[in-house]
Design a protein around this ligand. Structure first.
Ligand SMILES: Cc1cc2nc3c(=O)[nH]c(=O)nc-3n(C[C@H](O)[C@H](O)[C@H](O)COP(=O)(O)OP(=O)(O)OC[C@H]3O[C@@H](n4cnc5c(N)ncnc54)[C@H](O)[C@@H]3O)c2cc1C
Length: 399
């Protein structure tokens, strides 16, 4: 049986970025993904990289992420469509403007290159903005990329690095074995010295397989694509409430996000779009950018996102389980995921400490030690011989 140094369960941006770093550090890495690489939130998100909508505790990481994203296409050898376009967060009321100013001043003090500007100046930067815009904060370093390219980019890079990729391979059981873990899924059995859980909205069930009951929840978040408009937007546009992000693809189509909910169940993979969310998102977008009213909705989808009760990430060792690690539940996780993965890999490689604020053990009552939930499973078959998990063809990018 082939033994990997580490098995990564979940091939979203966090699992893939960690796989890349660990393989580059010389580890034999396997990634098990129940759909295709970045087929979850990492491949369907709105692609915003804004420093103006991150929680204060996460801003130092966001600033680091901003630098990392400017090099991402070169790092992966694939154009991720990243543009540092600048971004306007707009206010429609005096109250919104006051709140935005307070946040912008606080972010400036933390190193974000953003300033408050009047509505007229915002319209000089982005002429299609409506007359309703009273003020805006302008972040010169905000940007966006095309998340639909993420899966293709990482598939190429990880293959090049010799990472074993198992797609359509949902992990069903994890059990401790001598010096590591036995992992079972899709009719296969794998063996690895260490394990990293990076399964996004599905983390709760995987943590339970290791006997760790952490309060991971999830929600469904929608994205909309509108047809081309006749003009080019200069950059990223958001609303002070956080309920709108808007950007334009190379082809002129508009991509709308903003955290509007959909409904569904992660375990069953079921989701339903909500008409109230679609209409609400479109109404707000049209008030800010009237050109939205002259185009049509082409596509709508949603994706599952994981959450923690304190809105801070889970990055670190699985409490009480030697050589098991977890990463996820990061707000703005497409932007921040790679930086968090970098930190975690330092810990896995024993080159740096974990960040205590993100330590999964913060949710355990003092003195509680988790108990392994699954009985050990016997190794059955080599991971390299006749595996049922397959690779799938790349998906098209949004252009
Ligand atoms: C609509 C939408 C818009 C968003 N917009 C933005 C944005 O503009 N900017 C930003 O920074 N962030 C945004 N986000 C958030 C961001 O996409 C996520 O935080 C990030 O992609 C999460 O990455 P992840 O790797 O933790 O999870 P995921 O990408 O969900 O990856 C987890 C993977 O684990 C796999 N998996 C689950 N269970 C198993 C199992 N048992 N065995 C094997 N594999 C398993 C899943 O199939 C999935 O591919 C948005 C999210 C959504 C849904």
């Amino acid at each position: 049986m082939t033994r990997h140094d580490i098995a990564i369960v979940g091939g979203g941006i966090m699992g893939c970025y960690a796989a890349m770093l660990l393989a580059e550090a010389g580890m034999r890495v396997a990634v098990m993904e129940k759909s295709t690489l970045c087929g979850g939130a990492s491949g369907v998100n709105a692609g915003s990289h804004s420093m103006q909508n991150k929680r204060p505790q996460l801003l130092p990481y966001a600033l680091e992420a901003q630098e990392l994203w400017t090099r991402m296409s070169a790092r992966l050898g694939y154009d991720m469509g990243y543009r540092r376009s600048g971004g306007l967060i707009v206010a429609l009321t005096e109250q919104e403007a006051a709140g935005l100013e307070e946040k912008t001043l606080a972010r400036r003090a933390m190193g974000v290159d953003a300033e408050m500007i009047a509505g007229d100046r915002a319209r000089a930067i982005e002429p299609l903005l409506s007359q309703y815009i009273l003020a805006a904060s302008y972040g010169k370093t905000d940007g966006y990329s095309d998340s639909l390219r993420t899966g293709r980019a990482f598939t190429g890079k990880l293959r090049q690095l010799g990472v074993s990729l198992y797609e359509h391979c949902g992990v069903e059981r994890i059990a401790p074995a001598r010096d590591g873990f036995v992992i079972a899924g899709a009719g296969e059995t794998f063996y690895a010295g260490r394990i990293l859980l990076a399964a996004g909205a599905w983390l709760k069930e995987l943590l339970l397989m290791l006997g760790s009951d952490l309060p991971v929840s999830y929600r469904l978040n929608q994205a909309l694509v509108l047809d081309r408009i006749g003009h080019r937007l200069r950059g990223f546009i958001g609303h002070a409430s956080g309920l709108l992000t808007l950007k334009q693809s190379h082809s002129g189509k508009l991509l709308l996000g903003g955290g509007w909910p959909a409904e569904g169940r992660a375990q069953a993979g079921e989701s339903v779009m909500l008409s109230d969310s679609i209409i609400g998102n479109l109404r707000l977008a049209r008030r800010i950018l009237p050109a939205v009213g002259a185009t049509s909705l082409l596509r709508a989808w949603s994706g599952f996102e994981a959450d923690m009760p304190d809105f801070l990430p889970l990055v670190g060792a699985v409490p009480g389980v030697k050589n098991a690690f977890v990463i996820g539940c990061i707000g703005g996780g497409y932007t921040l995921g790679p930086v968090m993965a970098q930190r975690l890999c330092q810990q896995i490689l024993e080159r740096g400490p974990a960040d205590a604020a993100f330590d999964p053990a913060r949710f355990l009552p003092a003195g509680v030690r988790p108990v392994m939930a699954s009985p050990p499973v016997a190794p059955e078959r080599s991971v390299l011989s006749g595996n049922a998990c397959a690779s799938s063809p790349p998906r098209p990018a949004l252009t």
